[in-house]
Design a protein around this ligand. Structure first.
Ligand code: ADP
Ligand code: ZN
Length: 280
């Protein structure tokens, strides 16, 4: 039975994963999430399981849920995608498990948020609870900057942008950590090095190999243990004293920068993991 891959755009990542799966003898069928109609009446889909590589968060959440409803195991699961797709829910889960996360506060509306933000303290990072590639993440340095940022937020139509999620700014040594963890195993770790404070490789971040300390590996395994059985790209911030803070968990990880600098075969490990979870 073929394996389904839910996706809309086929990027470099998807091409690499598809060819690694095929190289291992899997028959793979891409389901274009923009074109596939889904029926709710309990028809089983003829797949061994599904891998979700959908780029749109909304399509990813509903797509995985619909595939699970049709009887498929999906990597990653709906539960994981809906948890990790929301940075606030992720931080709460990690904090409940007493794992280190940046100090944070939430205001459920931008309208009266400024006093609370000023009391929380600058510099801070304010970011959408749902989003990627560093988009709309900002670092107001004083009350005036926070004030105009809140005015802009209030002017945005989407209800999701009315939630104000602020974190302490972690003063880092020009780089962050991104770790690839599959089935509870740390497969590869990189630094994202940048002159910008947002180090996303989709922006200006450059990947460098990182040999993780035992402490970091322990933290990463603990994070994966809280989130569940799946494939993750875990963002960790390290301050100048070497303390770690878990920033977010990417549930559909990008790895275009990592494959070039890691010794381990990240894509092969990804494909092996998927085939282990979804035997045909
Ligand atoms: P995204 O999902 O858009 O990658 P992130 O929360 O990872 O959202 O923020 C984007 C980037 O901004 C991070 O990779 C990191 O480089 C930087 N960043 C985010 N939050 C903080 C913070 N609290 N302190 C320092 N840098 C941060
Ligand atoms: Zn990130």
């Amino acid at each position: 039975t073929p394996l389904a891959v839910l996706a809309s755009r086929i990027r470099l990542e998807e091409k690499l994963i598809l060819s690694a799966l095929e190289k291992r003898g899997a028959v793979v069928e891409v389901i274009d999430s923009r074109r596939q109609p889904f029926r709710l009446d309990g028809r089983e889909l003829p797949y061994a399981g599904a891998l979700s590589r959908e780029i749109s968060h909304t399509r990813n959440v509903y797509g995985t849920r619909l595939l699970e409803h049709a009887g498929l195991t999906v990597v990653n699961s709906y539960d994981i995608i809906s948890l990790c797709g929301d940075k606030l829910l992720t931080a709460l889960a990690l904090q409940d498990a007493r794992l280190p996360v940046p100090r944070a506060m939430v205001s459920l509306s931008p309208e009266h948020a400024v006093d609370g933000l000023a009391e929380f303290g600058f510099p801070m990072v304010i970011k959408p609870v749902i989003g990627s590639w560093g988009r709309l993440a900002s670092r107001p340095k004083d009350r005036e900057a926070a004030e105009t940022l809140m005015e802009h937020r209030a002017a945005l139509a989407s209800p999701q942008y009315q939630v104000v999620y602020a974190q302490e700014y972690i003063d880092k040594p020009g780089r962050d950590i991104k770790a690839y963890v599959m089935g509870g195993e740390v497969v590869g770790v990189i630094y994202k090095v940048s002159d910008e404070w947002r180090t996303n490789t989709a922006r200006t971040g450059r990947a460098e190999r990182c040999d993780p300390s035992d402490e970091l590996v322990k933290l990463l395994v603990a994070v994966a243990d809280v989130i569940g059985e799946g494939v993750f790209g875990i963002d960790v911030l390290e301050d100048r004293d070497g303390r770690f803070y878990v920033n977010e968990v990417n549930h559909t990880p990008e790895f275009h920068g990592a494959v070039e600098v890691l010794d381990t075969d990240l894509v092969g490990a990804y494909a092996d993991y998927v085939l282990r979870r979804l035997p045909s």
